[in-house]
Design a binder for this molecule. Structure first.
Ligand code: CAA
Length: 259
């Protein structure tokens, strides 16, 4: 499928998924949702992609779902469509490789939810995040009521969700909504540099760590530990474990590179 509003670029085994709908502040329309689902599937499958940067360009990450498109939707329309937006964000969250969101400008509503689907978030000093759906008389529909409390805890999440207030980068860092705050021009290059660290890392181990953390957070401790045990044992069936441990014994720690 050809993409109009979601661009994919792969360089040196790092994929950049870039939202590109500047006239509407990268609003996540039904078309953008479909394009996000398609690009998430593509980067998940491509063996030449080892890590992913999610970016909205230099001005804005995404101002949320397309309010103009949503405004005339009925309950039955939304029953059909809510899985589309949640599905798009979940498809990004399930990419079995490290994903960093590089947030310049606004990341609001579905935009904030998309950023939260990444494994880590780097934000520009001028970034503004929030879940303002309540101000539209609705609630987040792309995971905001679930991922935000998992990141910042329930009371801070409820404060943001109840008020819809915007959060600047320094507060976002203080509450754990973003992981690093950088000068605007450094956000994308630093995100690329973070992703590049995994280009020669062990792919199954990364995938298993991500799945163990994410699935474990959705489960009780005993289930999480069981998920970890299964992945731990399975890692011993990979060539990477042989390569990694042999390299340690012969050359010392951290020297192995993996196909
Ligand atoms: N949907 C559709 N269009 C949007 C949009 C959105 N979410 N956000 C901005 N735009 C459009 C504006 O309508 C405007 O278009 P025109 O030039 O054609 O009038 C253009 O982008 C520029 O926006 P502004 O003129 O408003 O720019 P600003 O700098 O004054 O304000 C803003 C920027 C603070 C982001 C403001 O546009 C805003 O508050 N946007 C809406 C944010 C929001 O409510 N997001 C939640 C959406 S619901 C959701 O996401 C549900 C979910 O959980 C999945």
């Amino acid at each position: 499928m050809s993409s109009e509003f979601v661009q994919l670029e792969v360089a040196d085994s790092v994929a950049t998924i870039r939202l590109d709908r500047p006239k509407a502040m990268n609003a996540i329309s039904l078309q953008v949702q479909a394009e996000l689902r398609a690009v998430a599937a593509e980067v998940s499958e491509r063996s030449d992609v080892r890590a992913v940067v999610l970016w909205g360009g230099e001005k804005v990450f995404a101002a949320g779902n397309d309010v103009k498109e949503m405004a005339d939707m009925s309950y039955t329309d939304m029953v059909d469509h809510v899985e589309g937006v949640q599905g798009a964000v979940t498809a990004i969250a399930r990419i079995p490789k490290p994903v960093v969101a590089a947030v310049n400008g606004y990341a609001l509503g579905g935009g904030c939810e998309l950023a939260m689907a990444a494994d880590v978030r780097f934000a520009a000093e001028n970034a503004v995040l929030g879940q303002p759906e309540v101000l539209l008389g609705i609630i987040p529909g792309a995971g905001g009521t679930q991922r935000l409390p998992r990141l910042v805890g329930p009371s801070k999440a409820k404060d943001l969700l109840f008020t819809g207030r915007f959060v600047k980068a320094d507060e976002a860092l203080a509450i754990g909504l973003v992981d690093r705050v950088l000068p605007a021009a450094d956000v994308y290059p630093e995100a690329l540099a973070w992703a590049a660290r995994f280009v020669n890392a062990a792919p199954y181990a990364l995938r298993a760590i991500k799945e163990s953390v994410d699935r474990g957070l959705e489960a009780d401790l005993e289930t999480g530990l069981q998920i970890e045990r299964q992945h731990f044992a399975a890692a011993f069936a990979t060539e990477d474990s042989t390569t990694g441990m042999r390299s340690f014994i012969e050359s010392g720690p951290g020297k192995a590179t993996f196909e």
